[in-house]
Write a protein that binds this ligand. Structure first.
Ligand SMILES: CC(=O)N[C@H]1[C@@H](OP(=O)(O)OP(=O)(O)OC[C@H]2O[C@@H](n3ccc(=O)[nH]c3=O)[C@H](O)[C@@H]2O)O[C@H](CO)[C@@H](O)[C@@H]1O
Ligand SMILES: C=C(OP(=O)(O)O)C(=O)O
Length: 441
C-alpha cells in the first residue's frame, strides 16, 4: 500500500490550480443518465477515484462512458439497467445519487444501501421520504433499497427535516422528470446544488431557486445531453489555503471562488492569516503567529464539515485554546487520535474538541481515517518536527488529485511511495492502468 512521507518545516510558495469539485461532478454524472437523447460532455472533471467509481456505476448500467483529458462523456440514450450493486456503493456513498434519476426515467431503481462510515451513520431516509411523497413505493430489504412507481412520479410539496445535500440532489433530479410541480423546502444551499441545477436546466429541466432554501421544479417529459463545466472545488481550495497558512507560506490559489469560501476565509482571517482576492484566485499568506479561534460546522453557508479536520490541524499551531464543534456528522473526530500520535494536545467533549495550542507537533506514523482526515494529517506533517508517514491513502485518492505532487511543487518536502519504497505518482498510474494508485477495483 502506498504512503505519503512528509518532512515538516518547509514554507510553501507559488501558485496552484484548483480542480473541478468532486461533490459537484458526482451528482452531475449521475444526472446525465436522465438524458434519453444526446450525449453529455462534462468538462473540468478531476481525476479522482470517486469519479472512476461513479463512471463504473454508469457503465454497469450499460451507459456509454468515456473519461479522458478531464472530460467525461456520457451517452445514456439506450435502455439502462436500473441497478447499482454494493461493490460500488460500498466504495462511495454518492452512488445512491443514481436512485432519483433511475426512478424518474424508468419508474424503477434497485440500489444497495450505503450503510454507515467513519464519519457517521449517514442514513438516506430523507431521500426515500421524498420519493414516497412523489408516489413511489419504497422497500428496504436484503441490503438494497428498491423503489418503483407506476407511470411517472408526481410533483409534490416536500419539506426536508434537515438540509441534506444528497437528499436535495436526489429529489431535484427525480422531480425534473416528474409530472407537475415539486416544491422542495428547507433544502441544502451548497454551491454544488446550484451547479447541478444549472446542468439540469441546460438539459431542458425547469429548476428555480437552487441556492436558496426553497427549490421549485416543474417536471418535463424528457431531457437531453448537454455540455457543462464543473465548478472549482472549494474544499480542495480551502485545504491549500490551510497548507499556505500552516507553513507561514505565500500561495496563490488559482480558480478558487471566494464567494464559495466565505466561512473558511473569515476563520482564517480571525486566526491572523492574510487572505486577498487576486485575479481569478485567492492569495493566502501565513502569519508568524496564529491566533486561536472557535468553529462550529453547519450546512452552507455555515462552516463546512469537509474543512473541519484541516482547520483542526491549523488550530494545533495557534497560540492559545481553540474549539471545534461538529454538528453535521456525529462521528467526525476519528482523526483526533491520529493527531495525538503527533503529540497534539486536545480533548473531545461530546460533539466538541478543545485544542490546546501550540502543540509541539512531532512526525509519526499515522493512518488516514477518512478523506479529509488524510489531508489534515499531511497538513500537520508539513509543520511537524521530522518525518510523518501517512497510510490508508485510498481515502485521499477519493477526493484529492495528486495531493503530494501539488504540495511538492509548492516547496514541500514530500513523496508518495509504494510498498517497495519506490516514489509513485497516482496521476500517471491512472493514465497507465485506468486506476488511481492504491485504489484497485
Ligand atoms: C458527495 C457529496 O456531496 N458529499 C457531501 C455531502 O454528503 P451527504 O449528501 O451524504 O450529506 P448530507 O447533507 O445528506 O448529510 C448531512 C446530515 O444529514 C443527515 N441525513 C442525511 C440524509 C438523510 O436522508 N438523513 C439524514 O439524517 C446525515 O446523516 C448528516 O448528519 O454533504 C456533506 C455535508 O455537507 C459533505 O460532508 C459531503 O462531502
Ligand atoms: C465526506 C465527504 O465525501 P462523501 O460524502 O463522498 O463521503 C467529503 O468530501 O469530505
Amino acid at each position: 500500500m502506498d504512503k505519503i512521507i512528509v518532512r515538516g518545516g518547509q514554507q510553501l510558495n507559488g501558485n496552484i490550480q484548483v480542480e473541478g469539485a468532486k461533490n459537484a461532478v458526482l451528482p452531475v454524472i449521475a444526472a446525465s443518465i436522465l438524458a434519453s437523447e444526446g450525449k453529455s460532455v462534462i468538462r473540468d472533471v478531476p481525476v479522482l477515484a470517486d469519479v472512476y467509481t461513479i463512471n463504473e456505476v454508469l457503465r454497469n448500467m450499460n451507459a456509454n462512458v468515456v473519461f479522458e483529458n478531464n472530460t467525461v462523456e456520457v451517452d445514456a440514450s439506450n435502455q439502462l439497467k436500473t441497478e447499482a450493486p454494493f461493490e460500488y456503493v460500498r466504495k462511495m456513498r454518492a452512488s445512491v445519487l443514481v436512485l432519483g434519476p433511475l426512478l424518474a426515467r424508468y419508474g424503477h431503481a434497485n440500489v444497495a444501501m450505503p450503510g454507515g462510515c467513519a464519519i457517521g451513520s449517514r442514513p438516506i431516509d430523507l431521500h426515500l421520504k421524498g420519493f414516497e411523497a412523489m408516489g413511489a413505493k419504497v422497500h428496504v430489504g436484503n441490503g438494497f433499497v428498491e423503489a418503483h412507481v407506476n407511470g411517472r412520479l408526481k410533483g409534490a410539496k416536500i419539506y426536508l427535516d434537515m438540509p441534506s445535500v444528497g437528499a436535495t440532489e436526489n429529489i431535484m433530479m427525480a422531480a425534473a422528470l416528474a409530472e407537475g410541480k415539486t416544491i422542495l423546502e428547507n433544502c441544502a444551499k451548497e454551491p454544488e446544488i446550484v451547479d447541478l441545477a444549472n446542468f439540469l436546466n441546460k438539459m431542458g429541466a425547469k429548476v428555480i431557486g437552487a441556492g436558496t432554501e426553497t427549490i421549485k421544479i416543474v417536471g418535463v417529459e424528457k431531457l437531453h445531453g448537454v455540455e457543462h463545466a464543473i465548478i472549482p472545488d472549494r474544499v480542495e481550495a480551502g485545504t491549500f489555503m490551510v497548507a499556505a497558512a500552516i507553513t507561514g507560506g505565500n500561495v496563490l490559489i488559482e480558480n478558487a471562488v471566494s464567494e464559495h469560501l466565505r466561512p473558511v476565509i473569515s476563520k482564517l482571517q480571525e486566526m491572523g492569516v492574510t487572505v486577498e482576492e487576486e485575479g481569478n484566485g485567492i492569495r493566502v499568506i501565513g502569519p508568524e503567529r496564529l491566533k486561536p479561534t472557535d468553529i462550529k460546522t453547519l450546512p452552507h453557508p455555515g462552516f463546512p464539515t469537509d474543512m473541519q479536520s484541516q482547520m483542526m490541524a491549523l488550530m494545533l499551531c495557534a497560540e492559545g485554546t481553540s474549539m471545534i464543534t461538529e454538528t453535521v456528522f456525529e462521528n467526525r473526530f476519528m482523526h483526533v487520535e491520529e493527531f495525538r500520535r503527533m503529540n497534539a494536545k486536545m480533548k473531545i467533549e461530546g460533539r466538541s474538541v478543545i485544542i490546546e495550542g501550540p502543540s509541539d507537533l512531532q512526525g509519526a506514523e499515522v493512518a488516514a481515517t477518512d478523506l479529509r482526515a488524510a489531508a489534515a494529517l499531511i497538513l500537520a506533517g508539513l509543520r511537524g518536527n521530522g518525518f510523518t508517514r501517512v497510510t490508508e491513502l485510498k481515502h485521499l485518492d477519493r477526493g484529492y488529485v495528486d495531493f503530494a505532487g501539488k504540495l511538492k511543487a509548492l516547496g514541500a518536502d514530500i513523496e508518495r511511495v509504494d510498498e517497495n519504497g519506490d516514489v509513485v505518482s497516482p496521476f500517471f498510474d491512472y493514465q497507465k492502468d485506468r486506476i488511481v494508485a492504491s485504489f484497485k477495483l
